[in-house]
Write a protein that binds this ligand. Sequence first.
Ligand SMILES: Cc1cc2nc3c(=O)[nH]c(=O)nc-3n(C[C@H](O)[C@H](O)[C@H](O)COP(=O)(O)OP(=O)(O)OC[C@H]3O[C@@H](n4cnc5c(N)ncnc54)[C@H](O)[C@@H]3O)c2cc1C
Length: 381
Amino acid sequence: MTLWKNKTVKRLIIIGGGYAGTEVIRQLVLRGISNMQVELISASPFFENTIAGTEVISEKLSPEALRYDLKLLSSYWDFDLTVARVKEVNLDEKIVRLENSQRSYDVLVVATGSTPNFYNVKGAGSAVTGYRISDFEHINHKLKQLASDHPSIIVVGAGYVGLEVAAEIKDFFSSLKKEVELTVVEKMENVLPGFENQLARRMATEALASRGIRIITGRGVKQVAEDRVILEDGDELESDFTIWSGGVKASDLASNIRGASLRDGYVEVDQRLLIKGRSDAFAIGDVAYVSISGSVAQKMAAEALGQAVTVAKNISSILKGEEPGTTHKIDYPLDFPKVLLSLGEGKAMLIFGPQYASIGNVEYFMKRRIDLDEMMSRFPS
Ligand SMILES: Cc1cc2nc3c(=O)[nH]c(=O)nc-3n(C[C@H](O)[C@H](O)[C@H](O)COP(=O)(O)OP(=O)(O)OC[C@H]3O[C@@H](n4cnc5c(N)ncnc54)[C@H](O)[C@@H]3O)c2cc1C
């Protein structure tokens, strides 16, 4: 039985021009696939290299160095680009709906990533988020306004994004030889709650504390007000500027895909990364819930790129009239963290598995090579 026999796939639609979406196209180009029409629909006109983005705060990197124009990419790689937000997908009708138009597809890839999660905390939605490159530009502008006043700044969330944001804020003030009162507040008992590695948690806490950054753990935020942050236990912390790095959830499109099932809000896929129960629609990257052989994929750019390779192989099979048979291997599972996070002052922390962690300049060098050079050199220069 083969569903795909004698079927020529004519139209591939990819939704989302981030790591996963652009990498699917790159992998198809590398495989020399030409007998299909590819359209990328993305809400942003740029690919954004978010993973090196926090360094925009301290001006070690410019926003321009971290963006790639998708229009330019479409001319190099010969695909159609539509810059628009997809409102809804109907998997039964094989239709993608935009604000004022719609498209039909033969094969679909949903790669719309994630979005900040405010967990219904009052006022959090109006705080500046630490998520996109534009957020880091915004933070940098605000720091410049505050620089002369010895400000109090609060970062909510001590995941790796919150810690990187705090480290870069500290670097910004150090470069100006100015003072800042910097506090990171975390609801869970430890920093880096998403990474099961006690050594890494201890080392990160010590490294930031030694730089004068105050870390409060085990206390959630109840409200973000204009000049203060109110904790669940009623305590209030004064703040001239509050940044929300409290975590992520699936992008809004996930709940508007008719015919897909969700797990914790993310799109459920099978081992081939096909949306559960479908034979022509994939979901990858942060928007997907990927669980294979008891292992669950971490929401990471590196994992999103690997998933894109699996999907490109499966699309190649479909084009040859074969069933998509490539099973994904999760390289970045939740229970074996592999991450490099910047701690400022030219140092980064490497976390490798539940027990290993190291901090140093070499780790920072590796992070720069991977997050900047490798990520951006995927595209023609
Ligand atoms: C500050 C920060 C640091 C990070 N550091 C690391 C790191 O060191 N290593 C690592 O591996 N990961 C890191 N991550 C995580 C990594 O950024 C994500 O896992 C990665 O971006 C996921 O890739 P993606 O392609 O799924 O989504 P994204 O890269 O977010 O791309 C999604 C795209 O979809 C578009 N889109 C969304 N909704 C729609 C819609 N409805 N219609 C059309 N287009 C839409 C968006 O505009 C965007 O272009 C970091 C994240 C942050 C925020």
